[in-house]
Design a protein around this ligand. Structure first.
Ligand SMILES: [Zn+2]
Ligand SMILES: [Zn+2]
Length: 273
C-alpha cells in the first residue's frame, strides 16, 4: 500500500516511553513521504486515580505537560500550514471502570482537539489492571493472572467492545486504535482464534459509526508480523463501509510509514473525508 496521504497516529517528544526527536523531524519525514496530513496523537494523561501498572510509570504523557503539548502542536500546525495539514490529537485510553474520569477529561479538552483515537492498552483482570502490550514476559504474567491466554484474549476484546458502547460524551473519539493489540506477541503464545471477536468489533464499530486505525506498528514487531487488525479483517471492514485510516503509531520519526508495505489494497481516508 504505497498511496498513503495521511498518518493518523503519530507520537511525539511528549511521550515518556518514546523518543526525544522534535516534532519538526516527524513533520519533515511526513512531507518527504508525500503526506497531505498527519495527526499527532500522544497518549493522553491517565486518570489521576489510575495506578499506571508499568515499572517506570511512563505509559502516558504527564498531565502537567498537556498544555505545552497542545501549544507545541498548534505552533507547528501554523508554521507548516503551507506544506502539510497537522491535526492536534490525543490517543485516549479506554480503561474499564474509569469512564467517568475519561469523559470529564474529554469534556474539558475535546474542544481544543481536531482528532482523537480511543485505544485499549490496560486490561482489568480479577480486579487488577495490567498493560497488555508492555512485553512478552508481562503478557505471560497477565495471562496467568487472567486465568490463561484464552481469558486474557476474551477480556481484551470485551474491553474493546465496552469502549465502543461507552458513553464518553460528545467529544468521544471517533476512531478505534489498533483493535487487535492482543495479538502483539502472538507468535510466542498459543492464542485462541479471535476472528469472531474481531467481526463483533467491526459490527459494533459500524453501528456506532466509528472508524478504524489501520495500524502498521504490528508489522514491525517481530512477534506480531501483521498490521492491527490483520489484513483479512481490514478487507472485511472496507466491504462493510467502515472508514479506515492509516496509523504508523511511530514513536520516532523513522517509524513514519512503517508497515505500509504489508497492508492490503484498501481505501484509506482521513478525518473529514
Ligand atoms: Zn506509546
Ligand atoms: Zn496505542
Amino acid at each position: 500500500m504505497e498511496n498513503i496521504q495521511y498518518d493518523g497516529h503519530v507520537h511525539t517528544p511528549f511521550c515518556p516511553h518514546g523518543s526525544n526527536a522534535p516534532l519538526e523531524e516527524y513533520i519533515d519525514k511526513a512531507i518527504t513521504l508525500g503526506y497531505r496530513s498527519i495527526s499527532f496523537c500522544e497518549h493522553a494523561p491517565l486518570p489521576a486515580r489510575f495506578p499506571d501498572p508499568t515499572p517506570e510509570k511512563d505509559s502516558s504523557m504527564l498531565s502537567s505537560d498537556l498544555e505545552a503539548y497542545i501549544k507545541a502542536i498548534q505552533d507547528v500546525r501554523e508554521r507548516y500550514k503551507n506544506d502539510i495539514s497537522i491535526l492536534t490529537g490525543l490517543e485516549i485510553d479506554f480503561i474499564e471502570g474509569f469512564e467517568t474520569e475519561t469523559k470529564a477529561f474529554l469534556d474539558e479538552y475535546g474542544p481544543v482537539l481536531d482528532d482523537a483515537i480511543l485505544s485499549v492498552h490496560f486490561i482489568n483482570t480479577k480486579n487488577a489492571y495490567g498493560l497488555l502490550d508492555y512485553s512478552a514476559e508481562n503478557f505471560e504474567a497477565l495471562s496467568k493472572q487472567a486465568g490463561g491466554a484464552d481469558q486474557l484474549v476474551r477480556r481484551y476484546y470485551e474491553t474493546v467492545l465496552l469502549s465502543i458502547s461507552a458513553d464518553l460524551g460528545k467529544y468521544k473519539p471517533r476512531r478505534l486504535g489498533h483493535v487487535s493489540l492482543v495479538r502483539k506477541f502472538r507468535k510466542a503464545f498459543d492464542l485462541p482464534s479471535d476472528e469472531h471477536w474481531l467481526e463483533a468489533i467491526l459490527a459494533a464499530a459500524k453501528k456506532a459509526e466509528l472508524s478504524l486505525d489501520i495500524n502498521g506498528a504490528g508489522v514491525v514487531k517481530p512477534l506480531c508480523g501483521e498490521p492491527y487488525p490483520p489484513a483479512a479483517i481490514i478487507e472485511k471492514a472496507e466491504r462493510m463501509g467502515i472508514p479506515l485510516m492509516y496509523g504508523s503509531d511511530a514513536h520516532h520519526p523513522d517509524g513514519l510509514g512503517q508497515g505500509r508495505e504489508r497492508l492490503p489494497e484498501v481505501k484509506l481516508g482521513m478525518p473529514g473525508g
